[in-house]
Design a binder for this molecule. Structure first.
Ligand SMILES: Cc1cc2nc3c(=O)[nH]c(=O)nc-3n(C[C@H](O)[C@H](O)[C@H](O)COP(=O)(O)OP(=O)(O)OC[C@H]3O[C@@H](n4cnc5c(N)ncnc54)[C@H](O)[C@@H]3O)c2cc1C
Length: 470
């Protein structure tokens, strides 16, 4: 879309991740004049897909959760996304493989509970009460979650360490933290939305989610600039008043500036240290962020027999999740032999994920091929059927994730969801800069598609109330 000079908007949104798009759709539907600016040539952020040699791969996010038990279904319905997406429910959506255990998450929750109970009969009652409290939390359960770690929550239900590891391992993958660090509040949310109610897949690829949101945004007179990086947020008298693009020095003015991008970049680069209180500046550089991922994309000439279409298979080799986490952040990502693979719906693609540190651009240029081959070797040693008919392989390193999305150090889930970093208002509605708002997984409020969808809905409603639209 050509730039419109010094045009003024009600709201400018920086970044067309799911967070920016959901917020933009609500505001445009409410009649506000909204511009979304995205640096990439396609929208979606971590929720994009790409085509190679006839295969379609999801770049990062590959599954939507929280449709029925969370807020995502309701929000998709309100925006008109739901009907257009044709979601497939994968059943079972997630399978954890650990020693003799094979635990599956089915669409029928009772079946999932029974699957756990059959494997751990001595914890049968605890399993039922854990699931019931996660799905319908009592006030006491809910109150404790804010200050607890997920480990403390698991300890309050279970004795068996293998059971605890089987429950928590997908959260290490889906939230980037072991249970000893992960907030119980966020852990319980992810468990409910990503696992118990996880595994929804849109149309032919994840790209159809952002593409559908863009269509709805445009139908409501929203403007979007793709391949247009924002260089600066203009501040006047402690108030955000507009943005400047990398390739055009004309300011674009707006009453609301909403950043859907990495909070460090927003504050330290786009706004500038000179506009930040010193205690906030100190805090932002010390905050813990999540690890990145090393991802391998595999394409097969024939559908892979015996692997469940659309499912996530979590291969766990060690019940000590702290050690898996520490090995990963120290760069020994294959040492603990634990990883996840996602099987494509047509069973002709497989994406393998393992947590990895950023290290440096140079490191990944030198080591990408070696790590790709090592990862394929590890994956195929557990799933020998993946050795045959392999006709395409590619990898994304933490540097790739950074390069395509500008997420700080390729962090997979924004800020780390540790209890003392949750719900910090400075990251969402800072008191020291008026008219600036943040949304997405750098707000300390939640992560993943369900988390950022809800946060963005909530921010849009806040602005609509301010504008007296609702
Ligand atoms: C490997 C991996 C697998 C995952 N799997 C899942 C999954 O299966 N299900 C799930 O729910 N979640 C998953 N997640 C997490 C989920 O994808 C993210 O939490 C979520 O998509 C973040 O959305 P967002 O809108 O906050 O930000 P982002 O997706 O990071 O979007 C930010 C956007 O801002 C743009 N941008 C950055 N800087 C600028 C600038 N200066 N100017 C203009 N634009 C800019 C970026 O290009 C990007 O498009 C996964 C994450 C990773 C890394």
């Amino acid at each position: 879309m050509p730039l419109k000079g010094t045009e003024t908007y009600d709201a400018v949104i920086i970044g067309a991740g799911i967070g920016g798009l959901v917020c933009g759709c609500y505001l445009a539907k409410a009649g506000l004049k909204v511009l979304i600016v995205e640096q990439h040539y396609k929208p979606g952020g971590y929720c994009t897909s790409f085509k190679r040699k006839g295969f379609t791969f999801d770049a990062a996010a590959h599954s939507i959760g929280g449709i029925k038990l969370g807020n995502v279904g309701r929000i998709f319905n309100e925006l008109g996304v739901y009907n257009r997406l044709k979601l497939t429910k994968i059943n079972p959506s997630d399978i954890v493989l650990y020693k003799k255990y094979k635990i599956s998450y089915y669409s029928d929750i009772q079946k999932t509970i029974e699957n756990f109970q059959d494997a751990f009969p001595q914890e049968s009652k605890n399993i039922r009460s854990f699931f019931e409290n996660i799905i319908n939390p009592t006030p006491l359960f809910f109150a404790n979650l804010r200050s607890w770690t997920f480990e403390r929550l698991l300890d309050s239900y279970f004795k068996n360490n293998e059971l605890k590891a089987i429950i928590a391992y997908p959260l290490l993958g889906n939230g980037g933290l072991p249970p000893s660090l992960l907030s119980a509040f966020i852990g319980a949310k992810i468990y409910k939305e990503f696992l118990i109610d996880g595994g929804y897949y849109p149309n032919k690829s994840m790209q159809s989610l952002p593409d559908t949101l863009v269509n709805i945004f445009k139908e409501n007179n929203g403007d979007i600039i793709l391949s247009g990086s924002v260089k600066k947020v203009l501040i006047e008298n402690n108030r955000a008043i507009g943005i400047i693009l990398e390739k055009n020095s004309q300011p674009i003015r707006a009453n609301y500036i909403i950043s859907n991008i990495d909070a460090r970049t927003t504050y330290l680069n786009l706004i500038g240290k000179e506009h930040l209180p010193s205690d906030f500046l100190k805090k932002i550089v010390q905050m813990k962020y999540t690890n990145s991922m090393f991802i391998v994309y595999l394409g097969y000439a024939e559908p892979i027999e015996d692997l469940p279409s659309g499912a996530n298979l979590w291969l766990l080799s060690d019940s000590n999740l702290n050690e898996i986490y520490n090995s990963s952040i120290n760069g020994n990502i294959f040492k603990k032999k634990s990883f996840m693979i996602h099987i494509g719906l047509d069973r002709k693609t497989v994406i393998a994920f393992v947590m990895a540190p950023f290290i440096s651009k140079e490191f990944w240029y030198e080591n990408k091929i070696r790590w790709t081959n090592n990862f394929i070797e590890l994956v195929t040693s557990y799933f020998p059927e993946l050795r045959h008919n392999l006709v395409y392989k590619e990898a994304a390193t933490p540097y790739t994730l950074y390069r395509y999305t500008s997420n700080f150090k390729g962090a997979a889930y924004g800020w780390a969801s540790v209890p003392n970093q949750l719900a910090d208002n400075d990251f969402r509605k800072p008191s020291f800069i008026k008219n600036l708002y943040l949304t997405g997984h750098w707000t300390t409020q939640g992560l993943g598609i369900p988390g950022v969808t809800y946060i963005s809905y909530d921010l849009a409603r806040f602005i609509m109330k301010k504008e007296k639209i609702i």
